[in-house]
Design a protein around this ligand. Structure first.
Ligand code: ZN
Length: 261
């Protein structure tokens, strides 16, 4: 059985910037998907902001085990109804990986419930990523550290909640550090944030980065059946209590009522 991955690309810089188009002639999303498709047990396809419903129809999400999200210039163009649909899928058990500037993507901010802000500098400096969780599945097969010769700097403080685990910490040539690989669980869904991937550098052509993404997909994959309605909040009537109870005191709600949202 193959893990079904959808790589979602904003696909804006590739259309408007010659440098980005030169590095990623078929789009960053296609480069990421091609890297994943070299791995057994992963089948990756792509979707973009420009597709109808941003390519994120309910049917497509139902058929996606792990969604990868890259966005930057057009976070605000992502329809809020689609954001809710994506978050529902995560709460229901879909894995999701947010890359680089997706720290400000609407679904990431919704899932984190925090500003997700950071410091940054676009100076093509060296990034050294240290593995901080030696036996973590996302670090499988990696050396103690690896380097990307040209990257954008992201620095602490990173305005996200404390993660389940920190898998990587980055050091930058200018001296800053950043928690560059973080895992979360929201509802039944596994979330991985991975920092590298500035659009004007060939980061997603890097073999080690591709290995991290494949590891991340395998880690985020949840083989259990998707929870159909993860927002369900049913009322349990007195007579349905597991142990017999006698109702006491005043009440506002009727048995079986939907309740307030
Ligand atoms: Zn960037």
């Amino acid at each position: 059985m193959s893990i079904r991955v959808t790589v979602w690309g904003e696909n804006v810089h590739e259309q408007h910037n010659e440098v980005v188009a030169g590095i990623y002639p078929r789009g960053m999303h296609t480069c990421i998907a091609d890297g994943l498709n070299t791995h057994d047990k992963i089948t990756a396809s792509t979707a973009t902001l420009q597709d109808p419903e941003h390519g994120m129809t309910q049917e497509r999400l139902d058929q996606t085990d792990v969604l990868i999200w890259w966005g930057h210039a057009a976070h605000g163009d992502v329809d809020d109804a689609i954001v809710e649909r994506v978050c529902d899928a995560v709460w229901g058990g879909m894995g999701i990986i947010f890359l680089h500037s997706a720290h400000f993507a609407k679904p990431f901010k919704r899932l984190m419930g925090a500003p997700c802000n950071l410091t940054w500098r676009e100076a093509g400096e060296r990034e050294r990523l240290w593995v901080t969780s030696r036996n973590h599945p996302i670090a499988a097969g990696l050396p103690d550290y690896f380097e990307l010769e040209n990257e954008e700097m992201y620095g602490e403080p990173f305005g996200v909640p404390e993660p389940l685990e920190t898998v990587f910490i980055s050091w930058f040539q200018g001296g800053e550090v950043f928690r560059s690989g973080l895992t979360y669980k929201r509802g039944a869904g596994n979330i991985f944030y991975f920092r590298p991937g500035h659009e004007t550098y060939p980061t997603y052509h890097n073999a080690t980065v591709q290995q991290v993404l494949a590891n991340g997909v395998k880690w985020a994959f949840n083989p259990a059946a998707r929870i159909v309605n993860p927002n369900d909040a049913p009322n349990t009537a007195v007579e349905n209590a597991l142990e017999p109870i006698t109702e006491r005191g005043p009440r506002l709600h009727k048995d079986g009522e939907e309740g307030y949202r």
